[in-house]
Design a protein around this ligand. Structure first.
Ligand SMILES: C[S@@+](CC[C@H](N)C(=O)[O-])C[C@H]1O[C@@H](n2cnc3c(N)ncnc32)[C@H](O)[C@@H]1O
Ligand SMILES: [Zn+2]
Length: 390
């Protein structure tokens, strides 16, 4: 077995791959390693380091567990770059062996522990200050144990965006016990369905959550949830659950809090029958101060994907706190006009006193508290001005 070395952040890892492979590629390795997730890991290092600074605890006094570690790269980076005590687990024998080798390779035996068991068993047996859930696909089967195990911070990656976002409706309903809708803002829909599942799992353990950061990048959703222990916080978290009503005809949407809301069934804008998504999380999805801390960390660390990471977190920092976004191209198509630069539209709505921003979810998306009528009027006016200039 060959074990080529790969560098990321300030650490090195070995990956096993078969002797008979003529050329090494990361996908031919027999233990999972995805170089595309370097961006996700760079943000994780910055977010966890920022979180620890914010709670003003010595990193060495805190425990972090990547309960599905594969090569161990995430936890090894956390130990080396942040200085937390790390627990690296994977149920796969080969992964377990390479995790041990990688801990030794980076001289981190003093602060890293490894184990070889089912992540659910581990999380039911042990508690950690920070738990990272990074499965293949859906984190749903691990949510209950993670909610039990995590004391201060829960980080979750979900790569099953099709069920979460409503593209595979029945699968989404089965996995998340919620109804997603495949709308223009499906990426945010997926994030809010996942956050809703996390909120309910934590509430069952009398824990509440503050969502510090949410991003949907490429094919995955990533969330960072600060955990607040106690029944009042669990109740307050549940109060942020609700449903979104959506009109597929005109794009109107509204939201109601509560697990048994009483939404109107006809679109107030065009009269068509509304569709409903939920229960899902309607609370805030970014803590703007926390985003600033993550940006400081990214800028100071300058890791491999720093530039892309900064771009994402800057968008998150500036996003207005509204549960859906509009897609300019979809609206323009409906109105049979052409779309202009997104910044022009955002500035126009801001100058008309509406809370408006772009969104990290989509390059053609924007969030605003302006109603659909006003948005449509603005789009027509901008189109008219552009045509007059030609
Ligand atoms: C997406 S990879 C983890 C990637 C890693 N966290 C990283 O940043 O590179 C998922 C890993 O979870 C492991 N796994 C899947 N189900 C598991 C379970 N129930 N318990 C423990 N490990 C599991 C797989 O063997 C695989 O190595
Ligand atoms: Zn409508």
């Amino acid at each position: 077995m060959n074990t080529p070395i790969i560098g990321e952040g300030n650490i090195w890892i070995r990956l096993p791959f078969p002797d008979d492979s003529s050329e090494f590629t990361t996908s031919s390795a027999s233990v999972f390693y995805n170089p595309e997730m370097e961006l996700n890991r760079d943000i994780t290092v910055a977010a966890i380091s920022g979180f620890i600074k914010r709670i003003e605890v010595e990193p060495a006094l805190l425990s972090y567990a990547d309960v599905m570690s594969a090569s161990g790269i995430r936890g090894i980076r956390m130990a080396s770059e942040v200085g937390v005590k790390c627990w690296l687990n994977d149920w796969d024998q080969e992964a377990y062996e390479i995790i041990q080798e990688n801990i030794t390779l980076n001289h981190l035996e003093g602060i890293c522990t490894s184990s070889h068991q089912n992540a659910n068993t581990l999380m039911h047996q042990e508690q950690f200050d920070i738990v990272d859930l990074d499965p293949f696909g859906s984190p749903a089967p691990f949510m209950d144990a993670a909610a039990r195990s995590a004391r201060r911070l829960l980080c979750i990656t979900a790569t099953d965006t099709a069920p979460l976002c409503g593209a595979h409706l029945k699968s989404g309903i089965r996995k998340y016990a919620a109804v997603p809708l495949n709308t223009e803002y499906h990426r945010e829909m997926g994030a809010r369905i996942l956050l809703g599942v996390a909120a309910r799992a934590l509430a069952r353990r009398d824990k509440g959550m503050n969502v510090l950061l949410t991003h949907v990048t490429r094919h995955y959703v990533r969330v960072y949830l600060e955990i607040i222990r106690g029944v009042p916080f669990a109740d307050a978290t549940m109060e942020k659950m609700g449903i979104i009503s959506h009109c597929f005809q005109c794009g109107f949407r509204s939201w109601e809090y509560g697990l048994i809301p009483e939404p109107v069934s006809a679109c107030p804008n065009c009269g068509k029958k509304l569709k409903f998504a939920g229960p899902l999380w309607l609370g805030t999805i970014h803590d703007h101060d926390f985003c600033r801390i993550v940006l400081d960390e990214l800028t100071y660390r300058k890791s491999g994907k720093c530039k892309d990471a900064v771009k994402i977190i800057e968008f998150c920092r500036d996003e207005v706190d509204i549960p859906t976004y509009y897609d300019q191209h979809w609206l323009c198509k409906q109105n049979k006009i052409s779309a202009g630069p997104i910044d022009e539209l955002v500035e126009e709505l801001i100058s008309a006193q509406f809370r408006t921003s772009r969104t990290h979810f989509s390059g053609t998306g924007f969030k605003t508290d302006a109603g659909l009528d006003r948005i449509t009027k603005t789009l027509h006016e901008l189109d008219f001005k552009r045509n007059a200039r030609r």
